[in-house]
Design a protein around this ligand. Sequence first.
Ligand SMILES: [Zn+2]
Length: 346
Amino acid sequence: MFTLPRRLKIGPGLINSINTTFELNNINGKILLCSDDFVYKKYGIIVREQAKMHGEVLLFLIKENSIQQAIELSEQIISNDIEYVIGVGGGRVLDTCKYASHMTKRKFVSIPTIVSNDGVASPIAVLKHKSGRPKSLGSTMPYVIIIDTDIIIQSPIQYIHAGIGDTISNYTALFDWDYAEQNGKETKNDLAYLISQTAFDIMINSKLDRIDQNFIEILVQSLVLSGIAMEMAGTSRPCSGAEHLFSHAIDYYFTKNNLHGLQVALGTIIMAKLYDIEYKFLIDFLKKYNIKVSPLSLGITREEFKFCMEKAPEMRPDRYTFLNEVLFNKTYNFDILFDDLMSELE
Ligand SMILES: [Zn+2]
């Protein structure tokens, strides 16, 4: 059984009308506002002033997206009888809130200030273990999502680029899902498939030449649709294939600190080339917006690339992708592939 957000607001200037959204959704009670120090001073205060009209508001500043931090947040939620958790910030803040709200069964109001991946509206939170390695955790979708596109357009461009990259990855993720079904490994959820495909299509067909307010709205819609596709499927499968496994391997074995969306965009080009499906339109699209995803710009060496291609399927052995077939039949030369990527993406 899936749960979709009760309300989704996307548009300019919404940070100033949070009060109205709260009224319309009868949000009243004890509230815990979560943010990080920087975002709180910039946007959190604006939200806090409006939230105060709907109940007592406590503040929790999030320092890191770790499982430990989510446990501390859960403790605060339970011991203070919090009814609503509001998260204002980027993925680190929102994922911590998402998981803590899920564990404590509280309603979560999500107010993203960047959109660097499809976690904006997904049922998945990525939090770090004590070792520092990331772990994807199943969570509940936010109860209310408010995305102020004025805030997003003012956010650093690399986050917007990464958001675009995560949308592009639906292309090979869906190819992999088709392949898994054809080989009797899985049964697709057709509606989730359609939503993920639509998320990809609206982005790639946007035909907008520059990243402006209209473009941001489409990007946000695309990322939200991707999140909904995952919720409907009950798994990240509609938006995560071997291109994600490659990125997970990079994150697992090396510390690159690249944005997820940029790594999976590189992964998408890699897999499309290996799978021998059309990919030049993806490179043209990325270049149009000056999005750099070559191994060089992401600091991935030839040896690291080859190692992670081999290790990618081990990241999720239950997820069957066409890469399994490619590796099994050895129908590749990773040195040539790496050289091609360097020349095509630079
Ligand atoms: Zn992703």
